[in-house]
Design a protein around this ligand. Structure first.
Ligand SMILES: Nc1nc2c(ncn2[C@@H]2O[C@H](COP(=O)(O)OP(=O)(O)OP(=O)(O)O)[C@@H](O)[C@H]2O)c(=O)[nH]1
Length: 350
């Protein structure tokens, strides 16, 4: 049989795209999914915005049986939706060209990625015949929505519209939120442990207002859902892109310069508790969207891993510190124009 015909008739490998804003719980959901995969060969492609490759490291250190290191591929060279041709397509091709290709591929996009350019890549020749988008799963950070994180400021929009009547938003966060929701086949309302029923109902109404079609929304804590719900949706999302509107439809390209990130090297800390309080204060003072990284703490042999979404932090002592290396590194992500020098100086302060 001619090779092309063989490729089209062979079963396509299903690909699930996990999207959701910075810190919504994508890596956490993936960890739970992998731990319940029952030996199914799942390859993971992780893309992060300006980071230390922390998500890949978290997944690799999950200790899940059958989850081999080379099943986790990191794309840290920019945002996946902008590097489709250079990075993404070759990565996907190399995964399926393996002698023992994965049964399912799951892509964790960066929290700032717009899913639509990525979906379009599945129409590319060479990809279209060999893979299909089984489903786009959009995670929503319920408390972040409830706090108005993605809401437009009506007064600011009105003011800007006087200058530019075509303007939709003044708020890049709202654009990313809407694009991610409108690309979805399934919405996972995550972190429901942090809100009461009334607040959750309001968030669900907000989602329904944003999404232009009817979508299933499931509530979750730590993205804990049965893999049978998450995988095997069978959406073939690449075939109905017109149903998935984007704020960037019509634009050939888009930029991520609404957001920026940098890494701060932090000294050894005297106390984990004080460090966490300090991080939350800095996050609040500069309205930082996301912080994550590692630090050494005096007297501790294990590394302190910290995760912050807004001012909410979690931590664990995760792996033994190696050698004499006692410096820590924290990734800081925020909206363009935040005061990098002041944040760095504040974080360096013990
Ligand atoms: N309370 C609570 N915290 C959660 C839940 N799910 C995730 N988290 C925490 O939220 C933080 C961010 O979770 P991640 O899984 O790293 O989020 P992410 O979407 O992968 O983050 P980025 O890759 O930076 O966009 C971590 O501290 C998690 O432990 C949840 O259901 N409830």
């Amino acid at each position: 049989m001619n090779q092309n015909i063989a490729a089209t008739t062979a079963k396509k490998i299903p690909v699930t795209i996990i999207t959701g804003f910075l810190g919504a719980g994508k890596t956490t959901l993936l960890r739970n999914l992998l731990s319940r995969s029952n030996g199914r060969r799942i390859a993971i492609v992780v893309n992060e915005f300006g980071s230390l490759g922390i998500d890949g490291e978290i997944l690799r250190s999950c200790g899940i049986e059958g989850c081999a290191d080379d099943d986790i591929v990191e794309l840290t060279n920019g945002c996946l939706c902008c590097t489709v041709a250079d990075d993404f397509i070759p990565t996907m091709e190399s995964l399926i060209d393996r002698p023992n290709p994965p049964e399912h591929i799951v892509i964790e996009t960066s929290g700032l990625a717009l899913p639509k350019p990525l979906l379009k890549a599945f129409s590319w020749p060479g990809i279209r015949t060999r893979m299909t988008v089984d489903g786009v799963i959009t995670l929503v950070d319920a408390p972040a929505v409830a706090s108005g994180r993605f809401a437009d400021d009506p007064e600011a929009v009105a003011l800007q519209r006087q200058e530019d009547p075509s303007l939709d938003h003044d708020n890049p966060l709202a654009e990313v939120y809407e694009d991610q929701l409108n690309a979805a086949d399934l919405v996972v309302l995550n972190k429901t442990d942090l809100l009461d029923e009334a607040a959750l109902a309001l968030v669900e109404r907000n989602i329904a207002d944003v999404v232009s079609r009817k979508l299933v929304t499931l509530r979750a804590v730590e993205g804990r859902l049965d893999p049978a719900i998450l995988l095997g949706i069978g959406a073939a999302a690449e075939d109905d892109l017109e149903k998935r509107p984007s704020n960037h439809d019509g634009a050939d390209d888009h930029e991520h310069d609404d957001f920026e990130s940098f890494v701060v090297t932090v000294p050894e800390q005297k106390s984990a508790d004080d460090f966490l309080i300090h991080l939350a204060e800095v996050a609040s003072k500069y309205d930082i969207l996301r912080m994550k990284g590692f630090a050494a703490v005096t007297g501790k042999k294990m590394r302190l891993a910290v995760q912050g979404v807004g001012t909410r932090f979690r931590h664990e002592f995760d792996v033994p510190l190696s050698g004499e290396h006692r410096e820590g590194r924290i990734v800081v992500i925020g909206q363009h124009g935040f005061d990098r020098a002041a944040i760095e100086a504040d974080l360096m302060r013990l």
